[in-house]
Design a protein around this ligand. Sequence first.
Ligand code: FPP
Length: 228
Amino acid sequence: MTDGTSIKHIAFIMDGNGRWAKKRHMPREFGHKAGSETFENIVNYCYDIGIGAITVYAFSTENWKRPQKEIEAIFSLFSFYIDHYVEKIGKRNVRIIFIGDRSPFSAELVRRMENVEEKTSKNERILYVGINYGARAEICAAVNGLIAEGKTNVTEEDISARVYTHLSPDPDLIVRTGGEYRLSNFLLWQSAYSELYITDTLWPDMTGDDVDKAVEEFKRRNRRYGGL
Ligand code: FPP
């Protein structure tokens, strides 16, 4: 178990559930189920090593292009986890904040999401769960909010104060499983100086040891923020 306190905020692109299932000749939904269990383990592990804020990318604005059956399976897992969160993760001093556009969701789902956020709102650690999240839409929403306030000259600080994760510093480290080298519309504003760590490990196979490896690699990186 490594010391993760040099990382204030870690973010995960949880990729590879489908491939993990395919390797086992199982439907993709089986991979998402396994991925949900990994999600819980990894989040707990990150808090255990001292990381205070975590963002996960569970469902993107582009994921609606997937077959209906798969979308339903992801939302059914999500629905289960919403209540599960309050029971288990919420008790670990974790504040849950759902990030993304809720407008396509049923009133009942939105109410349950708000209920979790409300019940955990006094907790110190933060978990941002990206559900129908897209970074470009997030930036547009921030700018539109500023226009609505009458701003005519928008600063970087204005946008930083309006992105969904504004309660936390920008992520120090973004981990992507499944081996693809791209950000896929995730935290585009916040990732300006984030370190990226890509592993071929498929998300359901991710363990605490893999988190340790990412954190150790992060500690070896020389963050210059454009300086020398
Ligand atoms: C990417 O793998 C994963 C997703 C699009 C869904 C992630 C969902 C979960 C981990 C479960 C639900 C989340 C919560 C917070 C309970 P992929 O399907 O793109 O995999 P592939 O690249 O191998 O096809």
